[in-house]
Design a protein around this ligand. Structure first.
Ligand SMILES: [Ca+2]
Length: 620
């Protein structure tokens, strides 16, 4: 009956409007009730374990720090394996906005301006008639700081309260617009609280601007994003949150103490991250989270009062995590869970069943196609991400490959990572590969890469990662160490061996193959053990000259036994090893030369072990 009346009124409205020529307004009128609004709350550097719905693994206090966020999870969906494509501010944000990997935005590290060619999901929604707005930290317009309301707004029409950069604690609204509220004696803006209260503390201030936008746009379809710079450091928060928590609430992570074999080169602990410093700094981190949650409560309440809540898709996420002391580290930038995994909650009762749990690995690039599909708005550009909207709706698409791809910034060490619900594989320019079994080893302590029980997983993830790198033009695939391990373990026939023509000068980034006078003018196959990137190749000149020469080597007794075994296992083929007191490269020569090549050098057992590993690849 109601529907019939609505249709009748709509018909009248169309008729009247056609007379007045205002048809588009009619469409807008019709859409406002059927199309969902979108409200995204994004935090910065937020460990998922501070949320009750993620198990409060970082919080030892009573109950949950985040009852309002827990409500979003309970009434909607929680993604348990959502990752920052690159766990650093700008790259992660560029991927969320564009659905592209950072190398094509091209925001591969902080403070790079996103290309003006990029179409964001906000552009798409704006073009579809949505009223769009953004407040808070943006970090996609270069290094301007704070740089209010950047001219290039990427579809966020109302960006008056967008600022590019900075972790300001106090914001004010002056006659000529928004401003940072704290300055030092010389008039320079700073991150001090400077008496910030419930009106001027940045989190509260930004949520007030959000509420104003909702008020102003309640009658139309809107898309709003508020980007809160907390709980990123400095760890300071306004009263009463500053004294709400104490050291007894601080979880001391198990991974703070681990043995050397459990430390990857890319995960070296930092000085001064210990039980004492965490007890000092974490209480105010919790305070920042609590303040965020209370403000989320304000948002939900206002949406409810205005009868907008159920027709507004509410999303909570963060640009990346904060290790908060896990692995003896703070902040982010590496592939560990606390750094790369982020909370992702979404509430939209008409499409998402309450209590939905999405366990597949997703990353920021998947957001764009997923949200537009959920909103039934055509994504007018191609993205690198996948539409996961079915998962959010509690379905399980059969042909889904559970894997997401993460990459470091361009600063060393480089790393590439493939992660699924259960496993995480990391290749790095600076280390041997690491494979974690997240289900039995959630603290990511034990490397399963060489464990035969994980051989299949290793190959599957390597193949997927190689395919990602080729499809999305990831230059890290060209790093000699990453490439070596990745190619070897993805077992593609053409790359199981690195192949070089005799006489060609260039034979890979760290290896120069010289013409070998004693050999048939045919191909040789070099099995290359890459050196560390940028590392001087000790003795390289001599070694390269020695490729075809017979070099005398002496083994330890144990090493000799291992060598004999390896030689036997490789059908009697001999190994030529280039050395200068330490193992540098291990070419595996598979032609007549092998019968002439002797093995020289003095090896430690660890080096032999490394060599053995490098020979593990199956022969062609
Ligand atoms: Ca950030």
């Amino acid at each position: 009956m109601r529907h019939g009346l609505g249709l009748f009124l709509l018909t009248c409205l169309i008729f009247t409007s056609c007379l007045t020529g205002n048809f588009s307004q009619v469409i807008a009128e019709e859409n406002k009730n059927s199309r969902p609004n979108l409200l995204i709350i994004q935090t910065d550097e937020h460990h998922y374990g501070t949320l009750g719905c993620y198990g409060s693994t970082m919080f030892a206090g009573e109950g949950s720090l985040t009852p309002n966020l827990d409500r979003i999870a309970a009434e909607g969906a929680i993604a348990t394996s959502f990752y920052a494509t690159t766990p650093v501010c700008s790259p992660s944000r560029s991927s969320l906005m564009s659905g592209r990997y950072p190398q094509s935005t091209p925001v591969e590290q902080n403070d790079i301006a996103m290309s003006g060619q990029i179409t964001t999901f906000a552009d798409v929604l704006k073009n579809a008639g949505y009223s769009t707005g953004y407040s808070g930290k943006w970090h996609l317009d270069g290094n301007g700081k704070p740089d209010w309301a950047p001219t290039r707004n990427f579809g966020w029409s109302d960006n008056r309260y967008m600022f590019n950069r900075g972790h300001w604690k106090k914001l004010v609204l002056n006659e000529d617009g928004p401003a940072v509220g704290s300055k030092n004696n010389r008039g320079q803006l700073n991150y001090n609280l400077d008496g910030a209260d419930e009106k001027t503390f940045t989190t509260d201030w930004l949520i007030d601007r959000t509420l104003e936008f909702i008020e102003e746009n309640a009658d139309q379809s809107f898309c709003y994003m508020v980007s809160l710079p907390d709980p990123h450091g400095p760890n300071s928060v306004r009263a009463p949150y500053d004294t709400m928590y104490s050291e007894k609430d601080v979880v001391i992570p198990e991974s703070l103490k681990k043995n050397r074999s459990q430390i990857p080169m890319w995960g070296q602990p930092e000085r001064n991250v210990n039980e004492y410093t965490l007890k000092k700094t974490m209480p105010e981190y919790f305070g920042m989270v609590k303040c965020i949650d209370d403000n989320i409560g304000r948002l939900l309440k206002r949406l409810e009062e205005k009868e907008l809540l159920d027709n507004t898709i509410v999303i909570f996420t963060s640009d990346h995590g904060d290790l908060c002391g896990e692995h003896g580290k703070l902040n982010k930038g590496n592939p560990y869970e606390g750094s790369a995994r982020v909370p992702f909650l979404i509430r939209y009762p008409s499409a998402i069943p309450a209590g939905t749990k999405v366990d597949i690995a997703l990353s920021c690039v998947d957001f764009f196609p997923t949200i537009l599909k959920l909103m039934n708005v055509e994504a007018t550009v191609e993205t690198a991400g996948r539409d996961a909207s079915a998962w959010l709706q509690g379905k399980k698409p059969e042909d889904w490959e559970d894997v997401a791809f993460l990459r470091s910034t361009r600063s060393n060490p480089l790393w590439l990572c493939a992660v699924s619900d259960q496993y995480k594989l990391v290749y790095s320019s600076y280390d041997r590969p690491w494979l974690f079994d997240l289900s039995e080893d959630p603290n990511e302590l034990n490397n399963r890469f060489n464990d035969p029980a994980y051989a299949k997983i290793k190959v599957e993830l390597s193949k997927a990662l190689k395919n990602y790198g080729e499809t999305h033009d990831d230059s890290y695939l060209n790093n000699s160490r990453i490439r070596y391990y990745l190619l070897q373990n993805s077992k593609s026939p053409e790359i199981a061996r690195l192949e070089f023509r005799l006489g060609e000068k260039e034979a890979g980034p760290n290896l120069v193959a010289k013409s070998l006078p004693n050999l048939p003018n045919d191909r040789i196959y070099l099995h290359q053990e890459p050196v560390l990137e940028n590392e001087h190749i000790a003795g390289a000149t001599k070694s390269n000259q020695d490729v075809g020469d017979a070099i005398e080597v002496t083994f330890t007794k144990e090493g000799a036994e291992i060598m004999q075994k390896v030689t036997a296992e490789n059908n009697g083929k001999r190994l030529a090893i280039l050395v200068d007191d330490k193992l540098i490269m291990a070419p595996y020569i598979r032609s007549e030369i092998s019968s002439k090549a002797l093995i020289t050098g003095t090896f430690t057992n660890a080096e032999i072990e490394r060599l053995l590993f490098s020979l593990n690849a199956p022969a062609e």
